[in-house]
Design a protein around this ligand. Structure first.
Ligand SMILES: NC(=O)c1ccc[n+]([C@@H]2O[C@H](COP(=O)([O-])OP(=O)(O)OC[C@H]3O[C@@H](n4cnc5c(N)ncnc54)[C@H](O)[C@@H]3O)[C@@H](O)[C@H]2O)c1
Length: 279
């Protein structure tokens, strides 16, 4: 990677904004956000202005991803938008030889799409980076992959955190007063029913035994202390259990603190050619 890693950001919502602020503080090594794309222009412009007013140079705003990809010197695209954005843009980004960091990992569960983007990346030499996001233990699942027998996840959230998801439609008007199982099935089904809520299942399944074999239970609990993810894996190398009780970001409660930190650390490690621990 060059001395300065020029990053184009797709998605300037909760996660993208916090990531951009961290990059501007220098928390992601030599990364510099040089371009922004978001279909919601006011949010995009507000972030560009904020970044420019803090002593840095304002990133260029784009109405079209094709123009962002064509920006001279662009090294990497970071997606913090939606599965829809990944489906729409990943193949073009990778085919243009730009590596891509993907937060909406649910899109990669689609096997045909995954084959297409992997082929585009292989042809151009670009990489696809998927941060561990709102959980950990991904290195363990990757290492034990050939020996895994089962992987199960229980994701518990307050009902409001599930509101709007197609898989929660029958529950929108129901008063949930105790822990209630909303969904139980494969990661493949879960990413379609809860596209913005179960990236954890997608990332865990991609690292481990795949989206059809990875089982997830989604629980709505009004007393949940936050977004809680419990992962249990059984393998011939041992049994592994992980529990993550995520706090919201300290300045932006709309996003998990750990997901922001994970995106920053992944970006930093891409920029840093030195020591790699646990990757
Ligand atoms: N991997 C993980 O563990 C993890 C954790 C948190 C969030 N996420 C995912 O990251 C993504 C961003 O999360 P967030 O909390 O910032 O959401 P957000 O709703 O706060 O922001 C998303 C932004 O992306 C923009 N956007 C959405 N689709 C777009 C498209 N097709 N083209 C252009 N812009 C588009 C929206 O206008 C919005 O500004 C979501 O898909 C979320 O599910 C993943």
């Amino acid at each position: 990677m060059p001395d300065q890693v020029n990053v184009g950001l797709i998605g300037t919502g909760s996660l993208g904004s916090e990531l951009a602020r961290a990059v501007a503080r220098g928390d992601a090594g030599s990364a510099v956000i040089v371009g922004l794309f978001d279909e919601y222009a006011p949010g995009r412009s507000a972030l560009a202005q904020e970044l420019g007013s803090n002593g840095g140079s304002a990133p260029t705003e784009f109405d079209d991803v094709a123009d962002l990809i064509a920006l001279p010197g662009l090294d990497l695209v970071v997606e913090c938008a939606s599965q829809v954005a990944v489906f729409a843009h990943a193949e073009n980004v990778l085919a243009a030889g730009k590596s891509m960091l993907v937060m909406s990992s649910g899109a990669l569960v689609d096997a045909d799409f995954m084959r297409k983007v992997s082929a585009a990346a292989a042809k151009s030499g670009a990489s696809i980076y998927v941060p561990s996001g709102a959980v950990g233990g991904i290195d363990t699942l990757r290492a034990a992959k050939p020996l895994l027998e089962s992987v199960t996840i229980v994701s518990t959230k307050k009902p409001i955190a599930l509101s709007g998801a197609p898989g929660f439609a029958d529950w929108e008007d129901v008063e949930i007063t105790e822990p209630t199982v909303i969904f139980e099935g494969s990661a493949t089904e879960a990413v379609e029913l809860f596209p913005a809520n179960v990236n954890v299942a997608a990332t865990v399944s991609l690292a481990g035994i795949g989206p059809d074999a990875t089982k997830i239970k989604v629980v709505a609990d009004p007393d949940s202390p936050g977004n809680v993810h419990e992962i249990n894996a059984v393998s011939r190398a041992g049994k592994f259990s992980f529990r993550f009780e995520n706090k919201p970001h300290e300045t932006n409660p709309k996003t998990s603190f750990l997901a922001v930190l994970s995106a920053i650390e992944t970006l930093r490690s891409i920029c840093d050619p030195g020591l790699r621990i646990g990757t």
